[in-house]
Design a protein around this ligand. Structure first.
Ligand code: TRP
Length: 346
């Protein structure tokens, strides 16, 4: 399937386990991505053979403006590098540059029913958010299938992601089981989802998960004054009116974010106790949270300074070859397992 330049051997996985994740390039990443997945990826780059995919094909099928994609790819690559993911320890690639993924998707389409896709909780929820009702595009509906292609093409063992990805991982494993039953074992494999410390970070309004579209997230790129104003506008306990009133910690976004980012547990437990008892004001806790978040964001801002478009292009060019080789190899195995006719070109 793949023609290799003379003197270049086919990439093979080393003995390390494989980790793969992807993000749709819908704009800058936020603190929800950091605790849900990015921190795990930074940890995993030390021990896993890690692939990080910019899911532009999936992004386009969930109605992303194609004009924005190129800009967004640069943005998301900048975010990856700014949190400490390094090119030497990861393989970064853009989904649309690996054609094997489309072909694998087309074989998997036969392994999934329409009603199963319509029951997928992630698809149901996003479709409700987008208001698709009876007019859902097929590309969108088939996300779980293309995602199974992404995951299996790289012989992935683990996907470090947030809770919202769980139904997609489950469906990927169902596809693998079906494939193995029909065509035999050993070609593609099941995968495990691994959560970050906080599986789902809520928005600063407390309404739902932090997201760009709901405009309730703190972005990795937010400057200090924006972080400050977002922290001070956070949803707390509406019944905590006077400082002396007892306050509620549960459902209070300031504490929800402290839980996710403050690593001084003893201090945090004391703060919660004081807040519950009464006498600790919202502004004081918000000031602490702002400090804590600045300590997280400042090193990220600093790393961002040195990242240029040139560096990003270089990385995507150099890493493409490895990603493409591995996906082509899996595709070739899939074709043989199914028994697809192959041209004899000799
Ligand atoms: N569904 C992911 C998102 O919403 C993107 C994605 C595409 C992905 N393919 C993947 C994630 C494979 C993990 C593994 O951002």
């Amino acid at each position: 399937v793949l023609k290799l330049p003379v003197g270049v051997s086919m990439y093979k996985h080393n003995s390390k386990l494989v980790s793969l994740t992807g993000d749709r390039p819908t704009g800058h990443l936020h603190l929800g991505h950091l605790v849900g997945s990015l921190r795990k990826r930074v940890e995993f780059q030390e021990t896993y053979n890690q692939f990080i995919m910019i899911a532009d094909t999936q992004g386009i099928s969930s109605s992303l403006n194609p004009d924005l994609v190129a800009v967004n790819i640069k943005q998301i690559m900048t975010d990856y590098l700014s949190v400490g993911l390094v090119p030497e320890k990861n393989t970064f690639f853009v989904q649309s540059t690996i054609p094997s993924l489309c072909e694998i998707t087309s074989y998997y389409l036969n392994l999934v029913t329409l009603s199963r896709l319509q029951r997928n909780p992630t698809i149901k929820q996003e479709s409700a958010e987008k208001g698709y009702e009876e007019s859902m595009p097929m590309g969108f509906l088939c996300h779980p299938i293309s995602q199974a292609a992404d995951i299996t093409a790289f012989q992935t063992d683990v996907v470090p992601a947030g809770e919202d990805q769980k139904p997609l991982i489950e469906q990927s494993n169902e596809i693998v089981d079906k494939f193995c039953n029909l065509y035999g074992d050993g070609v593609i494999k099941r995968v495990e989802i691994i959560y970050g410390n906080t599986a789902r970070l809520l928005g600063i309004d407390g309404q739902a998960k932090a997201s760009k579209s709901l405009n309730n997230a703190i972005f990795l790129t937010d400057p200090p004054e924006v972080v400050k104003s977002k922290v001070y506008s956070m949803y707390t306990d509406p019944n905590h009116i006077r400082v002396s009133d007892p306050g509620q910690v549960e459902g209070n976004m300031v504490f929800h974010y402290l839980d996710a980012f403050y690593d001084n547990y003893a201090e945090l437990e004391q703060l919660k106790a004081d807040y519950r008892k009464g006498g600790l004001g919202d502004t004081s806790v918000k000031a602490i949270l702002y400090q804590v978040l600045e300590e997280v964001l400042e090193p990220i801002r600093e790393r961002r300074q040195n990242i240029t478009n040139f560096v990003i292009d270089e990385i995507l060019h150099l890493h493409w070859y490895k990603a493409n080789s591995i996906a082509s190899q899996t595709l070739s195995n899939i074709r043989s397992a199914i028994g697809i006719y192959s041209l004899n070109t000799n």
